[in-house]
Design a protein around this ligand. Structure first.
Ligand SMILES: [Zn+2]
Ligand SMILES: [Zn+2]
Length: 283
């Protein structure tokens, strides 16, 4: 089999793949190479696409034996694509970003996640872009559950638009705390000050972020016997190990969150042995 023929087969078919970026190009090239040496008739085009963060390619041949080979090859690359960043080709994993599944490395994942920052001059930035200054806000609204914040400047109010922020983003509660009280309506102002005044220490993550019985920082529920959480110390241990292992990179995303104070004397309940055992169960 001529290398040149394989190469032109690969280059011709690379553009038949509907993918989000160029990170999978090497994978697709390798797959096409394997298909060529595996017996695929190179006169026929190969098509594929990204779906749910995976490289999908379905091929069919009337030759049953060849069909098995094709399936083995496409399955192999589907599995490899689940671990390869679609943007850069680096080591990645399947992530959910605003309900879409996509395979990204840590840094491209963090790039896609909204980030709120407030600087010393009270500029608010969203996704690294300065969007407004706190001093220019003339009205603030928040939904009843305090999970979404809408801010208005004179110009935005005139055009009936607002700047919207969600509690799922780091520094949301810092922002909520920093917005001057008088910009909110009376009932909302009460709700917000109640929330911050009544925060309790979270024994799991070690932030003063426990609101009613769930934590606004680590999203874990407070231990409760009636909820079937089991032994208290085991429950806290398991939750703490989940935070440490950080399988979904949530902690890395929230690394620069300044919304909540750290609890003094926070206790880590798990030991090295606990972690070892726990990881064996998980992986
Ligand atoms: Zn990447
Ligand atoms: Zn917590």
């Amino acid at each position: 089999m001529k290398q040149d023929d394989i190469n032109s087969f690969i280059e011709r078919n690379l553009k038949n793949f509907s993918v989000n970026s160029t990170g999978w190009n090497d994978l697709i090239r390798q797959m096409l190479f394997e298909l060529a040496v595996g017996g695929w008739n190179m006169k026929n085009d190969v098509f594929g696409k990204e779906k749910f963060g995976e490289l999908r390619c379905s091929l069919y041949s009337e030759n049953e034996e060849l069909n098995v080979t094709l399936k083995i090859i496409t399955d192999k690359y589907l599995k490899l694509s689940q671990k390869t960043c679609e943007i850069c080709g680096g080591e990645g994993k399947i992530r959910t970003i605003s309900s879409w599944q996509t395979t990204l490395c840590l840094s491209h994942f963090l790039d896609q996640k909204p980030m709120i920052e407030i600087d010393n001059d009270l500029n608010i930035s969203h996704n690294k872009k300065t969007v407004l200054n706190i001093q220019d806000i003339i009205k603030a609204e928040v939904e009843f559950d305090l999970q979404t914040l809408e801010l208005y400047t004179k110009a935005s109010l005139d055009s009936d638009e607002s700047f919207s922020f969600s509690s799922q983003n780091p520094n949301y509660y810092l922002l909520l705390k920093t917005i001057p009280d008088h910009l909110f309506s009376d009932d909302v102002r009460e709700n917000i000050s109640d929330l911050f005044r009544n925060l309790k220490d979270c024994e799991i993550c070690g932030y003063k972020a426990l609101h009613e019985n769930s934590c606004l920082r680590c999203y874990n529920e407070e231990w409760e016997d009636s909820k079937g959480h089991g032994e208290k110390s085991d429950y806290i241990k398991d939750c703490q190990m989940d935070i440490f292992i950080d399988e979904d990179d949530f902690e890395k995303y929230f690394k620069n969150d300044r919304s909540f104070e750290k609890v003094i004397d926070h206790q880590i309940l798990f030991t090295y042995n606990d972690l070892n055992e726990y990881e064996k169960l998980l992986f």
